[in-house]
Write a protein that binds this ligand. Sequence first.
Ligand code: T4K
Length: 368
Amino acid sequence: MSKEPILVTRSSMPTMEEFIKEIEPIWDTAWLTNMGPKHQQLEKELIDYMGVEGLQLFTNGHMALELCIQAFKLQGEVITTPFTFASTTHAIVRNNLTPVFCDINPQDYTMDVTKLESLITEKTCAIVPVHVYGNMCNVAEIERIAKKHNLKVIYDAAHAFGVKVNGVGAGCFGDASMFSFHATKVFNTIEGGAVTFSQPWLKKELYNLKNFGIVDAEHVGEVGGNAKMNEFQAAMGICNLRHVDTEIAKRKAVVERYRSRLQGVAGIAVTSEQAGIQSNYAYFPAVFDETVFGKTRDEIFEALAEENVFARKYFYPLTNSYDCYKGTYSVEDTPVAQWVAKRVLTLPLFADLPLADVDRICDIILKK
Ligand code: T4K
């Protein structure tokens, strides 16, 4: 059993030898970035692995989302959820769009689709739902509503790498989906991200936007950014992709151990497998209802910290209560999200977390 601090996650890495072998050719070419051979190879391998028609790599997930939203040249209101990382709401606001917050459902914490349609106005241009923790949104219902009202759908799929819905890759839904390949994710390229899509025009559009909007040596067509993935990031991705299925299988064992200890305990809600969904076991949220369990989330957080176990409160606070948005939005609009955000803890989860440590974490939680 580990006596070291246990953090919420620990990056998956290849062996040093495997990574060095992968980066060695870079010294022959001196080609470090700007869509080099490693970048091209990873892009192809990911299209295949994720079963998507198109994919563009980015330097991180946030810039992928921000530039993806820019690609659609939207104006007006975008319906999204506040139970997410800062990135989702910031990407909307930084595109001069107005986020309108839809509540989440209390089962899997994704957008409550029964509340979606009532938020649509003549100003609504798009929906940006979040597959939070790797739990898939109700993609069929979102597609139905979006078609009916002629809205774009851009998924924040930062957590959903490797997830499948009835055998179909998570990146195949909506107009586009953004994935994060950050160090803390199931699949990482150190920092990194991607947008997946099926409409062919997005390939060139996203390629240009991540490279300053440059069309060719003498033409700059748009006000783009610089969000290119470099060759070292791509090399890390090529290595990690070889092992990702094994990593997911190991995560599954950790999640099953947590479930065997915590599922059914009065006052603790843990997520179950979603019907028809092949999970990636990205995060393990546990929601503590203090009125039933007898202890608050914060008391459990502290009890774990005293034992050198560092869970995290993903996602507290809600993005619609951030200081930078003070006075602009109201958490009262999203009561379920507010309730969950005050009670959720994401417990440590990574492929090599020993099951004995999972037991120790559960013992601390369940200690009366
Ligand atoms: N949309 C959603 C829904 C997201 O959750 C995110 C990112 C994004 C969009 C944007 O994607 P990116 O632009 O990030 O690609 C972390 C991550 O930085 C962030 O990627 C992630 N979501 C968010 C949920 O978590 P922090 O500030 O909590 O990270 P930090 O540094 O506290 O790390 C958490 C733990 O991970 C550490 O305690 C130990 C471990 N760790 C961390 C790093 C940096 C490692 O093992 N290795 C590492 O290199 O945000």
